[in-house]
Design a protein around this ligand. Structure first.
Ligand code: UDX
Length: 438
């Protein structure tokens, strides 16, 4: 089978590489010529464990190619997968211009049956817009070519993307023709061995599954952050509460960890987009509006705890920040809580010394040179009045606390991810604040 994947961002590159690894001939296409040039030389634009090795292996085997022009050899592709970005517009609604441009390109160039699969996260109803865009171009050419559209949302998590793709919990495919269904069954067959679920739905439902799943997960996080904040006020411990709740199989233990708010490229964008889609259809998603509001407040929480600890006397204080990416195992800084925290610190006149194992370069592009980017976690702690644990990278879990204690001017730890033990830190001479714990 020959596959084109348009858009060589996170989803496109990971999906394309994984399909190639399963034996499909894949061409990854992107309009960014520099990116494609680099990929051809084996330079991977994102940090994702295992990806580089997999790209090189499949390029060498001749199953994975890169290009900048979808129209070239378009009739060789059995399937064209669209994985371009859908950034939020001014009002929070997903911007579809890139998706529709790919659809128009397809309509302008195909000469025979093609299956157009949308993998980008797109609002419910986009399948029909894509179909209309392809149809219009074909009509203009006076061509009567058969084609199908399908929706195949992606559920991969950054940092675990390869495993998520190769061993999915479920594959969701929205189709409205038997021919499209047969092709998608063939494409995904190797991924759903061992009884994994390949769920066929209609197209709008597949589009909705993606939004509803992300919105549900975001809701769990904001709910637990609310519970954690209340635990603090009532003298309860959210760790215990979480364990007790998670033992109910209807709730389950995952995604119940309070912290400093969710970030990344999906949750914030998808929650906003769903609220927006609802609004433009005359429906008010009250729960999701609250989810967003709680998340916004939670991103400021660590800064507020720090400010309150020093009773507002914070100008001129040096703060060590451990971790910058929105979560571990990625250099992705999109919507990262670190950005909100650091902007507040800088505005309050604090000095910020930050360290992240991989995201410093990305962070510099967003936060600029007002932050000192350190080579390691101990350098960041040098002379600090407070240490903030912002991203729970493995290497922060068991630091040499004696070295940290010696390096810091005031030994106070603000743990934004509840990874440390307060008693242990107290015994080592630190004051300790976390989220929702006693
Ligand atoms: C998410 C979805 O999990 C994935 O299915 C979808 O395709 C894209 O969006 P990702 O953005 O990579 O994936 O991150 P994820 O690991 O889900 O974490 C999202 C955010 O939630 C992070 O900021 C994380 O710190 C936060 N989080 C997660 C919590 O605060 N508490 C938790 O218990 C879990």
């Amino acid at each position: 089978m020959n596959l084109a994947i348009v858009g060589t961002g996170y989803v496109g590159l990971v999906s394309g590489t994984c399909f190639a690894d399963m034996g499909v001939n894949v061409t990854c296409i992107d309009i960014n010529e520099r990116k494609i040039e680099e990929l051809r030389r084996g330079v991977i634009p994102i940090y994702e464990p295992g990806l580089e090795e997999m790209v090189l292996r499949n390029v060498q085997a001749g199953r994975l190619r890169f290009g900048t022009d979808l129209s070239q050899g378009i009739d060789d592709y059995d399937v064209i997968v669209c994985a371009v970005g859908t950034p939020p517009g001014e009002d929070g609604s997903a911007d579809l211009q890139y998706v529709l441009e790919v659809a128009r390109t397809v309509g302008r160039h195909i000469g025979g049956y093609t299956l157009f699969v949308t993998k980008s996260t797109v609002p419910v109803g986009t399948g029909e817009l894509v179909r209309a865009a392809i149809r219009r171009e074909l009509d203009q050419r006076g061509m009567n070519v058969e084609f199908d559209v399908a929706s195949n949302p992606e559920f991969l998590k950054e940092g675990a993307a390869i495993k998520d793709f190769m061993e999915p919990d479920r594959v969701v495919v929205g189709v409205d023709s038997g021919r499209a269904r047969t092709i998608m069954e063939r494409l995904y067959k190797p991924f759903i061995e061992n009884g994994r679920l390949l769920l066929f739905t209609d197209i709008p439902s597949a589009e909705m599954i993606k939004y509803a799943s992300n919105a549900m997960l975001a809701t769990r996080i904001s709910f637990m952050n609310d519970i954690a904040n209340l635990c603090e006020r009532l003298g309860a411990d959210v760790d215990m509460v979480r364990q007790g709740m998670g033992a109910d199989p209807r709730i389950g233990p995952k995604f119940l960890y309070p912290g400093i708010g969710y970030g990344g490229s999906c949750f914030p964008k998808d929650v906003k987009a769903l609220v927006n889609t609802a609004r433009s259809n005359g429906y008010d998603m009250k729960v999701l509006r609250a989810v967003e509001e709680v998340n916004g407040a939670q991103k400021r929480l660590l800064f507020e705890k720090f400010r309150d600890y020093f009773r507002g006397d914070i100008a001129g204080r040096r703060v060590a920040v451990w971790g910058l990416s929105f979560k571990p195992e990625t250099d992705d800084m999109r919507e990262a809580p670190s950005v909100v925290i650091i902007e507040h610190l800088l505005r309050a006149g604090c000095e910020v010394c930050a360290y992240d194992p991989v995201a410093s370069e990305e962070a510099r592009r967003i936060l600029g040179d007002g932050v000192r980017y350190c080579r390691d976690k101990y350098e960041a702690a040098e002379g600090a009045d407070a240490l903030m644990l912002v991203t729970e990278w493995q290497e922060f879990r068991m630091p040499d606390w004696c070295a940290v204690r010696k390096a810091m001017r005031t030994p106070v730890v603000f743990d934004g991810r509840n990874i440390y033990n307060g008693e242990e830190l107290a015994a080592k001479g630190f004051a300790y604040c976390s989220i929702g714990r006693r």
